[in-house]
Design a protein around this ligand. Structure first.
Ligand code: HEC
Ligand code: HEC
Length: 266
C-alpha cells in the first residue's frame, strides 16, 4: 500500500468512528442522561426518572407555551397550515399551542377574542377532563399534525395531561379588559422577594428578555400580559432554568402576579 493510500484509509476510519460517536451521543441524549449524574440540561429539557403528577402538569404547560424550546427541538419552518390567513402572526410562533388557543386557554371566547392575536379558533377549556389518549390522537391528526419527530409520545402525554388536568382558570382574578389582578399584593411581595428575586432581582430587572432600548422585565410583562406571567409562574419558562409554583396553592401565584404589576416596566 502506498503511503498516500494509507493516509486515506486512516482518514476514513477516523471519520467513520467520529460519525458513529456523534450518533451514539445523539441517541443517548434522548434515552439516558449524558453523564452519570443529573444535569441542568436534564432539568430544562428532559424528565425526572419517575415523573410525578405535579411535574407532568407543569412540563405539559411548558410544551403548551413553546414545545421546541421546552424539548430542545428544531424550530419548525414556515407557518402552521391551520393558522388562518386572516391572522396577524406568521412563522414558527404559529406552531405554538398558545398562539391559537391563548394564555387563558379560552381562544376566541377570552383574551384572544379581538386584537392582533385574534384567530377565531376556540379554546381548550372544553377539553379539560377529557381522556388523555383521545387528546393525544387529536394532536397527531389534522388540523394539528404534530409528528413524533416534533413531540414524542411520552412528551405528548405530558401535554395531554396539562390539557386534561392542568388548566388554571383565572377568570375570577384577572379582569380581561383592564388586566387588573385581584390578589394580596403584600403577601405577593413576600413571596416574590423570597422566590423570584433570586434570579430576577428584587425589582424584577435582573433578567431582560427585550433589548437595552426596549427592555422586557417581569414588571413590563405583568403590565401587558398578566395571563402569560401567570402561566410562567405555574409552569416555568420553556428552555430556561426557572422554577415553578405548580405544587403550591393557586392563590400563591395570583398574589405574586398582583405584586409583579407594581414592579418597574422599564
Ligand atoms: C394553528 C392553530 C392551532 C395550533 C397551533 C394548535 N391548535 Fe389546537 N385546535 C385548532 C383548531 C382549528 C381546533 C379545532 C377547533 C374546532 O373544533 O373548531 C383545535 C382544537 C383543539 C382541541 C380540542 C378542543 C375541543 O374542545 O374539542 C385541543 C385540546 C387542542 N386543540 C389542543 C392543542 C394543543 C395542546 C396544541 C399545541 C400542541 C394546539 N392545540 C395547537 C388550532 C390549533
Ligand atoms: C432559578 C431562577 C429563576 C427563578 C427562581 C425564577 N425565574 Fe423566571 N426566569 C428565569 C429565567 C432564566 C428566565 C428566562 C429569561 C430569558 O429568556 O432571558 C425566566 C423567565 C421568566 C419570565 C418570562 C420571560 C418571557 O420571555 O416572557 C417570567 C414572566 C418570569 N420568569 C417570572 C418569574 C416569577 C414571577 C418568578 C417567581 C415565582 C420567577 N420567574 C422565578 C429564572 C428564574
Amino acid at each position: 500500500m502506498t503511503p498516500h493510500r494509507l493516509v486515506r484509509l486512516f482518514a476514513t476510519v477516523f471519520l467513520l468512528s467520529a460519525v458513529s460517536a456523534v450518533d451514539a451521543q445523539e441517541a443517548r441524549k434522548d434515552t439516558a442522561p449524558a453523564s452519570d449524574h443529573s444535569t441542568l440540561d436534564d432539568f430544562i429539557h428532559r424528565a425526572p426518572p419517575q415523573p410525578t403528577e405535579i411535574w407532568l402538569r407543569s412540563a405539559g404547560g411548558r410544551i403548551y407555551d413553546n414545545w421546541w424550546e421546552a424539548l430542545g427541538r428544531k424550530k419548525p419552518d414556515g407557518s402552521h397550515p391551520a393558522y388562518p390567513k386572516s391572522g396577524q402572526r406568521a412563522g414558527a410562533n404559529t406552531w405554538r399551542c398558545v398562539e391559537c388557543h391563548g394564555w387563558d386557554y379560552n381562544g376566541k371566547d377570552g383574551l384572544y377574542g379581538s386584537g392582533e392575536r385574534f384567530t377565531g379558533i376556540k379554546g381548550i377549556r372544553t377539553a379539560a377532563g377529557r381522556d388523555i389518549t383521545r387528546i393525544m390522537s387529536l394532536l397527531r391528526a389534522a388540523p394539528h399534525g404534530y409528528t413524533p419527530e416534533m413531540i414524542k409520545d411520552e412528551e405528548l402525554r405530558r401535554l395531554a395531561i396539562f390539557v386534561s388536568r392542568g388548566q388554571d382558570n383565572a377568570d375570577r382574578f384577572i379582569d380581561l379588559k383592564t388586566g387588573n389582578v385581584k390578589g394580596d399584593r403584600t403577601r405577593g411581595a413576600g413571596l416574590f422577594h423570597t422566590i423570584c428575586a433570586a434570579c430576577h432581582g428584587f425589582d424584577g430587572r435582573l433578567l431582560n428578555w427585550g433589548t437595552a432600548q426596549e427592555p422586557a422585565y417581569i414588571g413590563t410583562e405583568a403590565n401587558t400580559f398578566p395571563h402569560e406571567v401567570l402561566h410562567k409562574i405555574r409552569n416555568g419558562h420553556p428552555g430556561a432554568a426557572m422554577i415553578n409554583l405548580r405544587g403550591f396553592p393557586f392563590k400563591d401565584a395570583i398574589d405574586i402576579l398582583a405584586y409583579t404589576r407594581s414592579l418597574p416596566t422599564k
